[in-house]
Design a binder for this molecule. Structure first.
Ligand code: PLP
Length: 480
């Protein structure tokens, strides 16, 4: 069994074992014809259930064969150009290489004595990101497990900076198209059930600053405390970007912490052509970025950035066994002093390898391509009488709905769209997402794959229309 420990005597086993796995994945990726096989839960669960974990195979090849059966064959493949569903990107190879290195070396980024150079690499990437945002000389931040955790940490800092003991008085303002992690964070932070004030959006799904001003004024009048405004730079559904400069003005006027949730829109930080779309982000007190969305990084890779490094002290606790206070005086960089996590992956290495091999422009170019594909997709949808499309994209999502000419009952149209999404998933030909707009069911393309073409878009729209028509035909048959 000791031969399975990675050490000086097992380097060859490590090399051959990992190579076997890499070869399986490479073969799969090279031959995937559809993003999904359409396997059902009922078909797949007996295969997983049938494996007795207390009876090992004692063989790597056999374990990989078994893995083909329970996972690799039926996985949902984000690299396929017809995977158009959620905010998952195809990953860039330098980042995958970084992942392979980081898990084998297995540094933990909580303390310098568990990571050394890893700590410095992470810090340099944080500085690189804050400079791209324009947060100024006192900025800092830390890598996190994802946008949800970044939002939680940012709001924790905002809560502490509000210096308000009566948590029931705190209010957080976010647009109705903001991410649900804002509500979850408010709950975790002990705020009251009414703490998150939902601000209406305009026609383009951007927060209405007039409505925000009104709510901030009301908050002041009622003697409540405007703890934070969460501006979303790239809403999950629409990619819409809240008017950051106007929001920054209001935050300054009412003394609210400005958090920019750029989990999705952060790709613009590397963009060569559309950086101006997030102008105003430099005025934030804190920013969430998800490199695992628009920087083409494998999950997880995310960070929270702050304008004032000193605010990170609200996440600082000292433990004698880990990061005693005296280490601060000794100037030993322990990243755990800034993090909600303790043991923490060296996710930063993936971005490091990406920037060293491809450069930021390489990433920005890929993101620009998907934004332009979305703009083209919008033109196609807007010109297609079979579909209603919601907003012209600022990033790379398209929200639309099949609208049959002969059907007027909106509930019936809802069912046709729900059916089309399910049927498409079951066929495995393409994977699309869904959401609700104005109480009605819509479909969504999240375009993060530069390999997706307008031909893919038209083909998937035809498939959707075909499934929806089939549903409507059948439901008419049933009715008659
Ligand atoms: C995806 C997303 C999040 C959450 O990020 P995770 O990495 O999934 O935790 C937060 N905000 C927005 C706008 C997002 O799109």
């Amino acid at each position: 069994m000791r031969s399975h420990l990675l050490n000086d005597t097992t380097a060859e086993h490590y090399r051959s074992s990992v190579t076997l796995g890499v070869e399986r994945v490479a073969a799969r990726i090279a031959t995937t014809e559809r993003p999904f096989t359409g396997v059902t839960v009922d078909a797949l669960s007996p295969r997983v259930d049938g494996i007795d974990l207390d009876r090992p195979l004692y063989d790597t090849t056999a374990a990989l064969d078994e893995l083909e059966d329970v996972y690799l064959r039926d996985a949902v493949y984000f690299h396929h150009p017809r995977y158009l569903a959620h905010l998952n990107c195809p990953v860039v190879i330098p980042a995958v290489l970084g992942e392979a290195v980081l898990c084998a070396v297995n540094s933990s980024l909580d303390t310098w004595d568990q990571s050394a150079g890893g700590t410095l690499i992470e810090r340099k990437l944080i500085d690189w990101t804050t400079a791209r945002i324009g947060l100024g000389p006192a900025a800092d931040g830390v890598f996190t497990s994802g946008g949800s955790q970044s939002n939680l940490q940012a709001l924790l800092l905002a809560r502490e900076e509000s210096k308000t003991e009566d948590l029931g008085k705190l209010r957080v303002f976010a647009s109705e198209a903001g991410h649900f992690s804002v509500q979850k964070s408010a709950k975790l932070l002990g705020l009251g059930p009414d703490a998150v004030v939902s601000i209406p959006v305009d026609h383009d799904k951007r927060m209405q600053t007039v409505a925000l001003a009104r709510e901030l004024e009301r908050c002041a009048e009622q003697g409540l405390v405007p703890m934070a405004v969460v501006a979303t730079a790239g809403t999950t559904d629409f990619g819409s970007i809240d008017p950051l400069p106007g929001i920054a003005e209001l935050c300054a006027r009412y003394g609210a912490w400005m958090h920019v949730d750029a989990a999705y829109g952060c790709g613009l930080l590397a963009s060569l052509r559309h950086r101006d779309r997030i102008a105003g982000i430099e005025r934030a007190d804190s920013v969430t970025v998800d490199y695992h969305k628009s920087f083409f990084q494998p999950v997880s890779s995310s960070a929270v950035l702050v304008r004032d490094a000193a605010t990170l002290r609200h996440a600082t606790y000292h433990a004698e066994y880990l990061n005693p206070r005296r280490m601060v005086e000794e100037r030993i960089p322990n990243q755990v002093d800034k993090s909600l996590q303790t043991t923490r992956r060296f996710d930063a290495l993936k971005l490091w390898m990406t920037l060293r091999v491809m450069g930021a422009d390489g990433i920005g170019q890929l993101f620009d391509e998907v934004c332009e594909l979305a703009a083209e997709g919008w033109r196609l949808l807007a010109a297609d009488p079979r579909f209603d499309v919601v907003v012209e994209p600022s990033l790379s999502t398209l929200v639309f709905r099949y609208i049959p000419a002969a059907v007027t009952d909106p509930a019936h149209i809802d069912r046709a769209n729900l059916y089309a999404r399910k049927a498409l998933f079951a066929s495995g030909d393409a994977v699309v997402a869904g959401t609700k707009v104005g109480g009605r069911h819509y479909l969504k393309f999240t375009l993060l794959n530069p390999e997706t073409t307008t031909r893919d878009i038209t083909a998937v729209l035809d498939l959707i229309a075909g499934h929806a028509e089939q549903y409507l035909g059948e439901s008419l048959d049933r009715a008659s």
